[in-house]
Design a protein around this ligand. Structure first.
Ligand code: HMG
Ligand code: MG
Length: 306
């Protein structure tokens, strides 16, 4: 492994984690969740999304959440932004970083953001330009980078095309999403073999959902085999997209951190803190924590070190 021996965790629990829940979490509970996560050492927290409140009512209060959170120094508080209206909202509440989002398959993109891939790039150019003019770093998500819920397996070449277009737009980072959580380490290999021919490894992040239980294995394969150093994860394994039927949550932050820690790869993230932060949210969702480490925590009262 050459990626300085450490990995960076982007905590997406407050955004991806809550966007597909049938229960609406009260704003003050979201604020407390973000503040608790911030005490656990994640490099970045994706706090919300400035998307259409009709499409994603669960995150309609993202403006309010941003205004209310007490921020910890050194953490980037980021948000999804689909268009210029979203960027305006994001700038008004002082986000530290914005994420535009598109996909490697047309059908998913049309259902998710109501535009073709080419159309999304046109829509994003002014967003990226204005965000950069405001001094903000920009992430670009590529959803369905491995499998699409509507079109099946996605060819690495299709991902490469979108990655090249995002680099051309001027994004600082690209997160490749396994939106339906079906990728295997072999799929990850094929995709990264192709993508890393056109993109510097330092700009690539990975975003694994865990439907098939492969997300930790995929992350380890990418960190050890390709020096990828940025991984998205959601506390408690929360997450899902309303336009990705059948998909379950993101890789649980605590399960991923435990795996990295057991291999001597530091993340800076406190395991017990993450589990205790998410346990307050799952009380509202009315179900137990889905992660492996969450279950250990519930039985033993702590996860602790190895
Ligand atoms: P549109 O459907 O093309 O229509 O929107 P529009 O642009 O005409 O707008 C429709 C309505 O939304 C209008 O209001 C607009 O004013 C309003 P109405 O007239 O109906 O009252 N609107 C907005 N309101 C507030 N903020 C805005 C905004 N923009 C429009 N920024 C749009 C296009 C992209 C906005 C819409 O389709 C949308 O919001 N989609 C939601 C997509 C989404 O959030 N999906 C989940 C996140 S992506 C994901 O989870 C994948 C990821 O995790 C990676 C992975 O796992 O692969 C990132
Ligand atoms: Mg996702």
């Amino acid at each position: 492994m050459k990626n300085d021996g450490a990995v960076r965790i982007v905590e997406v629990g407050p955004r991806d984690g809550l966007q597909n829940e049938s229960v609406t979490i009260p704003t003050e509970v979201k604020v407390a969740f973000v503040e608790a996560l911030a005490k656990c050492g994640a490099a970045e927290i994706e706090v919300g999304a400035f998307v259409s409140p009709r499409r994603i009512p669960q995150l309609a209060d993202s403006d309010e959440v941003f205004l209310r959170i007490r921020r910890e120094p050194g953490i980037l508080y980021s948000a999804l932004v689909p268009n210029s209206v979203g960027l305006e909202r994001a700038l008004e509440v002082g986000v530290d970083k914005v994420s535009i989002f598109t996909a490697a398959s047309e059908t998913f993109n049309l259902k998710n953001i109501n535009v073709t891939i080419a159309g999304s790039m046109k829509r994003f150019q002014p967003v990226v330009d204005d965000a950069r003019a405001a001094g903000l770093p920009v992430r670009g998500y590529v959803s369905t980078a491995f499998h699409c819920p509507y079109e099946g397996r996605v060819a690495p070449d299709a991902v490469v095309t979108v990655v090249e277009q995002l680099l051309e737009l001027g994004v600082d980072e690209i997160s490749l999403g396994d939106t339906i959580g079906k990728a295997s380490p072999e799929d990850v290999k094929h995709c990264l073999d192709a993508v890393l021919k056109v993109a510097p490894v330092a700009k690539i992040a990975l975003h694994f959902h865990d439907t098939y239980g492969m997300a930790v294995a995929n992350s380890i394969a990418a960190a050890l085999g390709y020096d990828i150093a940025t991984f998205d994860a959601a506390a408690g394994g929360l997450g899902g997209c309303p336009y990705a039927p059948g998909a379950t949550g993101n890789v649980a932050t605590e399960d991923l951190v435990y795996a990295f820690k057991s291999m001597g790869i530091p993340t800076g993230v406190n395991l017990d803190g993450i589990v205790s932060a998410v346990s307050r949210i799952v009380d509202y969702l009315g179900r137990p924590i889905a992660s492996h480490l969450g279950r250990v925590f519930l039985t033993r009262g702590a996860v602790g070190s190895r």
